[in-house]
Design a protein around this ligand. Structure first.
Ligand SMILES: *[C@@H]1O[C@H](CO)[C@@H](O)[C@H](O)[C@H]1NC(C)=O
Length: 305
């Protein structure tokens, strides 16, 4: 049984050998990814980019509304947070905040670990329950999934990059902030879901650039749903419909590889959305996950006890 532990108490410094170890391990992961990729770089974003607005405030956001259901989500979130805040290979160069939305169902132990990995905690004021159909019979972990819409309440940020907690990074993600669609007029940019066409009209809600807005948050609560097989995803696709007045905008599809395979890794994907720990994960993808997770464990963000 694994159990995550606090890495460093506040004020404690990383020793020189630890820093060397981090650099060495990151370098070996970089080498590993290079060796397993034939074309490690995607096309650069086109030149008609909206200029980066100075003084804008951005954050990466994850969502962990409950503890104990599936500990792997916590472990995966810890590795993602550590990557974005600390790991020299993936660290955000602008030092953007990494925020985790939690609820009163997130344990204080988990919260302490998330903070120790480098996250800021944003407890949601209350759990939205009863507004939308009960979807916990599909998957128990869906019970609070509609609470993802709290992302729109984070108005202290101009933009947030929301990610599900089951992401594996393969390249530094910061390019996403200068994607041509990184300032979506409608307030949302994402990538098309694989179930639809790659350039299709239905997006995946696991990786979204959002411009938080409290009026939109209130409107989202009023969306009427008939099909809730993909609960929050269907809700958001209804609100940001390509055919409506707030169409979502497409991000470079390399930012999110869904059901990833070796081909995506070779093709320059930035993230692989996959439960790396699951037996059903393709070998090449699982391999990257276990390498990534193992390194984070060794430098004690996560440690076996
Ligand atoms: C959490 O808050 C909700 C209301 O948002 C309440 O119904 C529930 O009982 C609370 N649960 C715990 C464990 O405190």
């Amino acid at each position: 049984m694994f159990r995550a532990v606090l890495p460093l108490t506040s004020g404690q410094q990383l020793s020189v050998p630890s820093i060397l170890a981090i650099i060495l391990m990151s370098a070996s992961l970089a080498l590993f990814i290079l060796l397993t990729s034939t074309t490690p770089h995607a096309d650069p974003p086109s030149s008609d980019i909206t200029p980066v607005q100075t003084g804008s405030k951005d954050a990466y956001v994850l969502f962990l509304p409950t503890s104990s259901m599936e500990q792997w989500y916590l472990r995966s979130a810890l590795v993602m947070i550590f990557a974005l805040t600390t790991d020299p290979l993936f660290k955000d160069p602008a030092g953007r905040d990494v925020v985790v939305l939690t609820s009163n169902m997130t344990s204080s132990e988990d919260i302490a670990e998330l903070q120790a990995a480098g996250a800021k905690i944003h407890p949601i004021p209350y759990l939205i329950d009863g507004l939308f159909p009960d979807v916990s019979h599909t998957f128990p972990r869906y019970k609070y999934t509609f609470n993802k819409i709290w992302v729109w309440d984070l108005v202290q940020y101009d933009r947030v990059l929301f990610m599900d907690a089951d992401m594996i990074f393969t390249r530094p993600l910061a390019d996403v902030w200068i994607d041509p669609h990184a300032w979506p007029k409608s307030g949302l940019a994402a990538t098309a879901d694989l179930g639809a066409q790659l350039d299709g009209t239905y997006f995946n809600s696991g990786f979204m650039m959002v411009r938080p807005d409290r009026a939109v948050f209130e409107e989202l609560k009023k969306v009427e749903l008939d099909d809730v097989f993909y609960p929050d995803q269907n809700l958001l696709n209804k609100y940001y419909s390509r055919h409506g007045d707030k169409p979502w905008e497409p991000l470079n599809r390399h930012f999110q590889a869904l059901h990833p395979t070796a081909k995506d890794i070779a093709g320059g994907a930035y993230t692989l959305q996959e439960k790396g720990w699951s037996k059903d994960t393709p070998f090449e993808v699982g391999n990257i996950w276990w390498t990534w997770y193992g390194q984070a464990q060794e430098i004690s963000v996560l440690r076996r006890v």
